[in-house]
Design a protein around this ligand. Structure first.
Ligand code: HAM
Length: 434
């Protein structure tokens, strides 16, 4: 065995996490839980039910949904052949899994469905700020509604989540790709236009001209910006029904006071979209500006073996959202328990064990000191734990039937209180403390 590993920077002595895949440490997990609680509240408020699908799916599922010419499928999937000979892939996104599950379990059969999911996705991209190889998505999908009312509902749900988390630095970009027929017509126009300007294209875009011309519109190369700005607009190819859908969505967004910009270069990186597409972006996160993306995918259920079922949804990158929450929240709650129990000597530590249980019965977060030591040592650890209060039980306290209550976050004097009253007093002090 050799010591090093290109994938995970590991040596024989010191195995590291896989590149682009992060640990979330106990000190960081509070922010995640706050976002997760907001997600649960918001999805419940709109009547969406949670779905959990496997992290591994057949590779075919992603080839047939995301599209075999997309960057995700061409370059970014973690795919392997299992012992049974089948090709499996770690999910790079979950819309395909939701559709697969819905078809498999008859969820769309003469029924409509609102569902959400949360969990890790895997893409082998070049890691950088806001871009990882394992990252978390929260996603929402609605099945069975063809109109712009569903599209608007999804965007309202997003806005409610931003507001719940105090995020206001996000901007909504909106476009529509029309039907498959429109998209085909438009693709032809784009090929004609970019072929006439082929000498101006960079290497990436020249390749995309052959494989996926729409994605040229998505190029981040500033030198191509004027060429892209003058490209034909898809909206000009729409028929009356598509125009009505797009206008219907815009009317609803205006009614709900949601600001947006029409962005005709927004095409998204997955092939299943038709009609409405959108992205919420921010300028606070550097290059990885897309916080959330989605749209309609009216043909996907049928192409994965179900009955024709209109659908729309979105997914957001949880790491990116958490970074925005962090930037917006200048005064995050200090991580740490409510109370740290200090038990001195054998009898003090025995009593602390019991008092800690009675405090937990009251719903308090309590850390009971382990490992013994004198008062100074135990109080140092109490302070390090981030606790708001220490409750001290030593021989004097035991003899008097009392405990000592000490605030760890301000200079208020410590007090001696009856052992039976400590729960009540702590609850009151915690309630009144800022
Ligand atoms: P997506 O645009 O590929 O769409 O991903 C959605 C969001 O996931 C992005 O806006 C970004 O915030 C986050 N994201 C993507 N890749 C990474 C990465 N490597 N590291 C960190 N965050 C990342 C979808 O996945 C579609 N399934 C969305 C959808 C649902 N459309 C309809 N329904």
């Amino acid at each position: 065995m050799t010591g090093g590993c290109e994938l995970c920077d590991s040596s024989r002595m010191n195995i590291q996490s896989v590149k682009g895949m992060n640990d979330t440490l106990p000190s960081e997990v509070g922010e995640w839980q706050r976002v997760e609680a907001a997600i649960r509240d918001v999805t419940r408020a709109y009547g969406y039910g949670e779905i959990r699908t496997p992290i591994l799916e057949s590779t075919d599922l992603f080839l047939r949904s995301i599209g075999d010419q997309t960057d995700i499928v061409q370059k970014e999937m973690y795919t392997f052949v299992d012992q049974g000979g089948g090709s499996l892939t770690l999910r790079p996104e979950q819309t395909a899994g939701c559709v697969r599950a819905g078809v498999q379990h008859g969820l769309f059969h003469n029924k409509q469905a609102r569902m959400w999911y949360y969990g890790p996705m895997f893409r082998r991209e070049r890691p950088q700020r806001g871009r990882f190889r394992q990252f978390y998505q929260f996603g929402v999908e609605g099945f069975g509604w063809p109109g712009p009312d569903l599209d608007a509902e999804l965007l309202l749900l997003c806005r409610r989540l931003w507001r719940a988390l105090g995020v206001d630095d996000v901007k909504l970009h909106l476009n529509s790709l029309g039907s498959t027929a429109v998209l085909e017509r438009y693709r032809g126009q784009l090929v004609e236009y970019f072929t006439a300007h082929e000498h101006e294209l960079d290497e990436d875009s020249a390749r995309r001209l052959q494989t996926n011309p729409l994605r040229i519109l998505d190029s981040k190369n500033p030198k191509l910006a004027p060429l892209i700005a003058s490209a034909p607009s898809i909206i000009a190819c729409f028929d009356a029904a598509e125009r009505e859908h797009f206008d219907g969505l815009r009317r609803r967004l205006d009614q709900a006071d949601i600001d947006y910009v029409i962005d005709s270069s927004l095409v998204r990186g997955l092939d299943y979209y038709t009609s409405t597409v959108f992205e919420w972006t921010t300028d606070k996160l550097g290059a990885q500006s897309a916080v959330c993306g989605g749209g309609r995918y009216d043909d996907l259920v049928e192409s994965l073996g179900g009955k024709p079922t209109p659908a729309a949804g979105f997914a957001l990158g949880v790491e990116r959202l958490i970074e925005l929450v962090r930037l917006a929240d200048s005064n995050p709650p200090a991580p740490g328990p409510d109370v740290y129990l200090v038990g001195l000597g054998d009898s003090g530590s025995l009593s602390a064990l019991v008092v800690a249980e009675t405090l937990r019965d009251r719903g308090l977060e309590v850390v009971n000191h382990c490992g013994g030591g004198d008062l100074k040592r135990q109080l140092r650890q109490a302070d390090r734990s981030g606790a708001r209060f220490a409750v001290i039980i030593g021989e004097d306290e035991l003899a008097a039937g009392k405990v000592t209550l000490k605030s760890l976050r301000d200079a208020s004097p410590q007090v001696s209180v009856a052992g039976d009253d400590i729960g009540q007093i702590l609850c009151e002090r915690l309630e009144s403390a800022p």
